[in-house]
Design a protein around this ligand. Sequence first.
Ligand SMILES: Cc1cc2nc3c(=O)[nH]c(=O)nc-3n(C[C@H](O)[C@H](O)[C@H](O)COP(=O)(O)O)c2cc1C
Length: 215
Amino acid sequence: MCRVSNHPAQNIMSIKSSLYTITLVLFSVCLFGNTSCAQQGNKQKVLIVYLSRTGNTQAVAKMINEFTGGDLVELELKTPYPANYQTTVNQVAKENETGYLPPLKTRIDGINKYDVVFIGFPTWGMQLPPPMKSFLSQYDLKGKTVIPFNTNAGYGIGSSFETVKQLCKGCNLKEGFTTTGGKERDAILFVMKDGKEKQVRDEVKKWLKDIGIIN
Ligand SMILES: Cc1cc2nc3c(=O)[nH]c(=O)nc-3n(C[C@H](O)[C@H](O)[C@H](O)COP(=O)(O)O)c2cc1C
């Protein structure tokens, strides 16, 4: 039976009590129920920033985003790299040699609001790509949890994770993730499909659990 009082004050009290109950139930579900509290306001705010030329690192970034929620941002340059692979390799080698930091077109407003920042990049010349060096030099991530992830042609992360550590003083750096991606040199570009995609998604999920980002 549903009784409605004729007294306005009593009705307001009843609405207030219902709202209180609903809030309590929602809070309990979020606290004890599942892993998606990140999107529900009381959990850590996540930013995923990535650099990707042929889509492999982007695919991993999207997988992370599926599991954690948050904002996904692609790093773009004011002056993009050439389409030609070898010309790009040569340009990157020169930039690494001189310490040139290519200006970013991407702007992230209000980076202070994020608690957790994932940063994704391919290995370039066995180093952290110059645009990611630009990002880490431009934005202050002190006090935030910073988590690197990488794809490469099979030669590994090189010095990239170490450089993230050096450029991110005062960050709470967590263990990164790496997997093989394309081999542009041999014209193998995007590989994150079919069996490989499933395998990497499972690995990403396990890694996120291991480092305590999801349950
Ligand atoms: C300029 C350039 C340099 C690269 N240098 C390396 C390298 O030193 N070691 C390596 O394993 N892969 C290297 N690669 C291959 C990429 O790391 C690999 O294809 C990666 O999966 C690409 O990621 P993306 O699809 O997100 O761009 C290089 C690729 C480019 C374009």
